[in-house]
Design a protein around this ligand. Sequence first.
Ligand SMILES: Cc1cc2nc3c(=O)[nH]c(=O)nc-3n(C[C@H](O)[C@H](O)[C@H](O)COP(=O)(O)OP(=O)(O)OC[C@H]3O[C@@H](n4cnc5c(N)ncnc54)[C@H](O)[C@@H]3O)c2cc1C
Length: 440
Amino acid sequence: MPDPNRDPSRLPPSLWAETAEPAPATAPLPAGEHRCDLLVIGAGFTGLSAALHAAREGIPTMVLEAAEIGWGASGRNNGLAIPALTRADPDVLVAAFGADKGESVVSILRDSAQFLFDLVRAHDIRCEARQTGWLQPAHRASRMALARARHAQWQRRGAPVDLLDRDQVEALTGTRFWHGGWINRSGGHINPLGFARGLGRAAIDAGAQVCTRSPVTALARDGDGWRATTPQGTVRARAVVLATHGYTGLFAPSPWPDLARTMVPTRSYQMATRPIPPALRAGILPTDVAMSDTHNDLHFAHWDAEGRLVTGGALVIPLGYAHRLRARISDRWLRVYPQLAALGTLQFDHVWHGYFASTPDRIPRFHRLADGVVTWLGCNGRGVALGTALGPVLADAALGRAEALARLPFEAPRPVAAQAAVKRLAMAAMLYYRWLDGRD
Ligand SMILES: Cc1cc2nc3c(=O)[nH]c(=O)nc-3n(C[C@H](O)[C@H](O)[C@H](O)COP(=O)(O)OP(=O)(O)OC[C@H]3O[C@@H](n4cnc5c(N)ncnc54)[C@H](O)[C@@H]3O)c2cc1C
């Protein structure tokens, strides 16, 4: 049977597809020639946030999406709004991008979750948004060094962070499985498809035209602007935000041919239990915090509004993933919360997957591909808050606004050498990372 996660004609079988608010009405691009000032390609958090920002300023804005709003990573992620990257800590970003641009990216990242939750409130987006903080607990005592370093780097930059001892983490998680950790109070969790749809609705209300089932098959210079071609019609625009991210060239053509070679599309598996009885739930993540820990084979979870544990896991071999993940991740959470054994095993009603863009050094990339065309790639699994916060900056940069252009470290695209081999190696590397997880 074809994998429903890979079918652009329908949404993946995720929890979010079942529980998100309905999508705003959209249609494919009508036949003929269309014009706008800002064209956004891709209707995920990055593209929709860019479109909302521009449309609110009265700039004629169009969005072309190959499938549906939130069909890519934005509608199928875990929903953790995390104002931090996986490995690229603030000092790493500054070392990579230089003091000015590095601190500029750090400040966008620092404020990203707050930006997201402010958007939710400003546009009354119904997406189960809970700004209850994002916690990174340490899975071994030795990993407290990492927690201390991250806390110190973010505290120096004014982020709302706290270092937590084991008792404090127990109060937030209901278990002594972890040894302590750190928390960023501006983080939290959302129903991501609901958020994408709410952003889409807000952009349309602000005047943007959002066209779905409209894959861009070519993007070419046209006078002093750009022309995007879809199977139905064309759009001429002064400026373009390319927001195809980890889905660049995967299920629709890459509008910028070489871009797909600059990242490694990485598959991530997500799962949700059936609702867990309130009495059992009460002792598990009792403050409704969003969490992902220091394991390389990440342990992550949060509650949805109906009391389902929304989690996931990594697999080295994708064959038969749904069955194997159910057993593996049930065992994992029974070890962390032995009281769940009252349920026998955890029953997962939903298992799904999607792709995000990885870079070999885990550092995001920002490209000004040509005059008036910008993009970013390489969230490395942390783009819910960052993609949303980057949208307006990218829109302004595409429109040539000097202040926005100065905020991001734009660089020429760098193809990943031996991309196919790196992809296979990345899967095998998980075995090594699991081994590392058990070492100090
Ligand atoms: C399974 C999974 C779990 C994740 N969990 C988290 C998490 O909990 N927290 C976190 O911070 N990050 C998480 N991430 C990462 C996060 O989801 C992404 O960084 C973020 O959603 C990227 O948003 P985006 O708008 O840049 O790209 P996407 O949401 O991927 O959107 C790209 C869009 O471009 C469209 N497109 C592609 N080609 C074309 C074309 N030629 N023409 C028109 N449209 C096109 C695609 O259909 C797609 O809708 C996760 C990612 C995955 C896959």
